[in-house]
Ligand binder design. Sequence first.
Ligand code: AMP
Ligand code: MG
Length: 429
Amino acid sequence: MISVGEARKIILDNTLPLKETEACKINFCLKRVSALNIRSKENIPPFDNTAMDGFAVRARDVKGASRENPKTLQVIENLPAGYAAKLSLKPSEAIRIMTGAPMPQGADSVVMVEDTLCDERRGTRNEGRGEKDEGRTEYVRITKAVKKGENVRYAGEDVKKGEVVIPQGATLKSGHIGMLAALGISEIKVFREPHVAILATGDELIEIGQKLAPGKIRNSNAYSLYSQVLQTGGIPLVLGIAKDNKRELERKIKKGLSADMLLVSGGISVGDYDFVKDVLKDVGTEMKFWRVAMKPGKPLAFGLMPGTKTNFGARRRIPVFGLPGNPVSSMVSFEQFVRPALLKMSGAKDISRFHLPAIAKDDFEKKKGLRYFLRVILENKGGTLYATLTGPQGSGILKSMVLANGIMELPEDMEFLKRGQEVEATYID
Ligand code: AMP
Ligand code: MG
């Protein structure tokens, strides 16, 4: 039996990123992995502009300005966003300017409109012409001094031309999508999504539409695994249910050989009808390990199976997981082992969950030598994270996965968890 850490290392060492890429329109890129370093060909913003509605000025003209002692400037032009100023600013002049409009020549800062006293004239503007009302000399009183550069957004202050904005291996979030649009990029290269075949095993299993009969239960693992694969950015491939006999197992396992990864649920333990390991070996799998010191989920087999040629190219060895049949063990094992492997296969650089310290709300007794993964409800109370058990922690209590938003990890050497003790937890929502 090996430790959770050792198992994870063996799995990751034996799982390689897919190389194939595909073009993807940015509206479809959410959660996909960038296959290239994406460099900006432009500065963002492309020109110096104002961050505020107000008046573009020369800072030295309004030095010392205050409510009691305002400085009066002549307004020579009105400048909405989207247009360049026609005039350049001379001493004691101001240009009325709207957020996003380019800084006029001669101006070095912007006084926000809240720090000015304007003439009664408001709300009229000569759209786009950058002119002010005809035949009227207009003044603004500045009631607060500004520093040089105040309220100015400089060209390239967000992104510099030539900068790598999205590195290869980044998992794309909404921010990335907006940034790509800002850079004028409508399509990028992403890694293709791994295909993950899922096979449930067990004479006791029936499908959703079938009638329950004595001794039978519904196949739920294939569905939780299906959704876990989806959530991790893979494409699930359903192989159905195999009965606990070697011939049928082999026939159905072979259907998974064209996928990039195979998950087999159940039949991996020490029961009289647990044939999955034998069959995996029969089809040429190089088994790396089959038991991990953890709870839930001790039986867990991992190996490399010789795959068929895929549509995408060369023959490759397929990582295959024999996952425990108990519903919670299956999901927790996915979370701990399959998820990081699948993310690595997707080309993603960021494959680990964020670990947070939390205060346990329950006492708990555990077996020494095993790492425990308890299902908890994490709550933030006054800046402290608390972890409350979802209830009974048996590996068949699927409700614990329904209620949980987190997993609390108890290290191997711990024997008792005391209420109030600090533990490590991860959000899994
Ligand atoms: P096994 O790992 O095959 O010994 O199964 C352990 C437990 O998990 C047994 O109680 C099985 O009935 C249950 N089990 C196995 N496969 C599934 C499945 N696909 N869906 C729900 N429960 C399952
Ligand atoms: Mg079974």
